[in-house]
Design a protein around this ligand. Structure first.
Ligand code: ZN
Length: 295
């Protein structure tokens, strides 16, 4: 009898402990992210301690995004707003201002090794394993600042994520090393892969510039077509956030087949090949390797 009572006491104490721990944890951090790549990183690094609302959807373009009234409402309720910076989200400062947001802001790219062309900065810094580690550190550091009681858990998640990232990077470097540098030329819709190109010695050509706001001129298109012919480029890829029509025209004129789709500024749908940041990097680089390999 006594043993049974003790057993129930123990259960009760356990329950009490669990409940108290849950209360001590506080509520999850309410975070707004500007685009899907940041949403994925924050969920991976924050786990159960974050509640994320994302603004620019998967497969959507953040350069030309028009904020919705519901975005301002999500921001007002947030503890933390995370965006890329490097002039990627031209609309974010006005949105923050209009919503009267006063809590913490994090520019995820802060401290990256940015690429600049004259006075223009390339915002696509996440397309680099080296830079994404800076994003990861910035995010983890901010989560710890907001919930220091979960430091161990945030550090454990960061370590685990970095281990997976490192292993993927290593494997892709080894695969790409087999391809001669002269073969590593690819045409994409807009200049979104400067960082990937720098890191993996891949030359990306694009008829449109850093943002897709400006349409390609006839001269730009002609220049790309000439380059494809002169350098015998055999990789043309459409992007998930842009209309493929222009590239289809270039492919038809040069007789080069389109090698598939690259994910530049947004993840794919959840059932797609680039549904997470890691899967996006894997999909993009493996697709390029396949296209570079002469069959
Ligand atoms: Zn872009």
């Amino acid at each position: 009898m006594c043993r049974i009572t003790n057993f129930f006491k123990l259960i009760f104490l356990c329950l009490l402990f669990v409940t108290n721990t849950a209360n001590a944890n506080g509520s999850s951090i309410r975070i707004v992210t500007s685009f899907s790549i940041l949403e994925d990183l924050v969920k991976e690094l924050g786990g159960e301690y974050v509640n994320v609302v994302n603004l620019v959807d998967r497969n959507s373009d953040a350069h030309m995004y028009q904020p919705k009234p519901s975005d301002a409402l999500a921001i007002v309720d947030a503890d933390l707003v995370i965006f890329n910076g490097l002039e990627f989200e031209g609309w974010i400062s006005r949105l923050l201002q209009n919503s009267g947001y006063k809590n913490k802001q994090l520019i995820a790219s802060k401290g990256v090794d940015a690429i600049t062309y004259g006075d223009e900065v390339d915002p696509h810094a996440w397309q680099s394993f080296h830079n994404i580690r800076v994003y990861i550190q910035n995010i983890t550091r901010t989560l710890i600042m907001l919930r220091p009681q979960h430091t161990d858990e945030f550090m454990r998640r960061q370590k685990q994520y970095l281990n997976t990232l490192n292993a993927l990077e290593h494997r892709l470097i080894e695969q790409l090393a087999k391809i001669p540098r002269d073969n590593r030329i690819v045409v994409t819709s807009h200049d979104a892969f400067g960082y990937l190109g720098r890191e993996f010695n891949i030359q990306f050509l694009a008829p449109v510039g850093l943002s897709i706001e400006v349409e390609a001129s006839a001269e730009d298109v002609a220049a790309v077509i000439n380059q494809i012919r002169e350098q015998q480029v055999n990789a043309i890829f459409v992007e998930n956030i842009t209309n493929p029509r222009l590239l289809q025209r270039i492919a038809a004129e040069t007789g080069v087949t389109i090698g598939g789709r690259l994910y530049s500024d947004a993840l794919s749908n959840t059932d797609g090949p680039a549904n997470t940041y890691l899967n996006m990097m894997r999909h993009n680089i493996e697709s390029l390797i396949t296209a570079f390999n002469p069959t």
